[in-house]
Design a protein around this ligand. Sequence first.
Ligand code: TRP
Ligand code: SF4
Length: 403
Amino acid sequence: MLPGQPQRVLSGMRPTGRLHLGHYHGVLKSWLRLQTEYECLFFVADWHALTTHYDEPHVIEENVWDMVMDWLAVGVDPANAILFIQSRVPQHAELHVLLSMITPLSWLERVPTYKDQQLRLKDKDLSTYGFLGYPLLQSADILIYRAGLVPVGEDQVAHVEVTREVARRFNYLYGREADYEQVAESAIGKMGKKAGKLYRELRTAYLERGDGGALETARALLDKQKNITLGDRERLFGYLEGGGRMILSEPNALLTTSPKMPGLDGQKMSKSYNNVIGLRDAPDEVTRKIRTMPTDPARVHRADPGDPDKCPVWQFHLVYSGDEVQQWVQQGCRSAAIGCLECKQPVIDAVLAELKPIRERAEALAEDSTLVKNIISDGCRKARDIAEDTMTDVRRSMGLGYS
Ligand code: TRP
Ligand code: SF4
């Protein structure tokens, strides 16, 4: 956001279909909190799905609506947050193409997810243009709303970092005001030849390449200057960071801190591991899944003592149980005073209680698909208005303001 304005929050999720408890305890709960505190925009990143799954177009649509329905079912509130679908706001694509003009390939190649994902999804050809450009598409998603805060998981922090660099470079190239530059340049002249030259080099290193060390060195250099006025010194401090009009604002990542919500087998909860409890799973399915969860392998017989630290059920107790129950588990497990099924019962009860209102809301929404579609249409319209506003500035500053 521009200085003085409240921060806007933006986050996107790939359309993976129905969501599970991992999503709920990881991302969705933080969205629920944020929507009461900030202006929020949450969107379905359907183009992002195509960057890796371009060969599975038939699943996108169903996945989109299933996911939106789950957002609404957990309590993401269209009265508090703008909910929309990326591909229905084509301005994202326009900004993406304009940003691509000024983004060095090396910035994209060094994003850790680029190489990681190519290795992880080996059976897919990801040497595509779209896949390399995917962090830049994400930058466009963020910058087009001038978002100040971007809730993301740890793996996405590097993408927000690239976004900051792209914004800075954009402002450097297109946000300068002629007069400001003249004044700053004459101040540099007063620093003396050598210091002036060094200042320019450091400034370029920071603005064009995002070199934070150069920024600090340049600030120290300014501090040492004796023959420039206080006014010039301040001007040159500002000039270091672009010194022009901010057209795009630099966002900050907001790490979604999640309690450890593991899957049924103790690994990360993920559809691909087949270890999830779905938000819309029927109660008897939830009960069955938890009852068949693996436990500490040392507890072969009921009389064998166990160690909760070696048991995924204990991880669930950490999320769902209070001190008293946790103590009961610790003592009962280690002394074999309780059996595993007994131990699991409070978890079953807690998960069922948590999911009941979610499932009921999802069922109501499933009955009324026009309601969900209307919510999204409304959100897309609002999102397009904000996006178009930014694009007007962007087009004008890039020399495309004619009509
Ligand atoms: N890349 C994100 C993911 O895979 C999804 C995403 C796309 C996103 N655009 C975004 C997240 C903008 C935050 C902001 O999870
Ligand atoms: Fe796990 Fe509970 Fe069984 Fe101990 S008693 S092994 S914590 S399920």
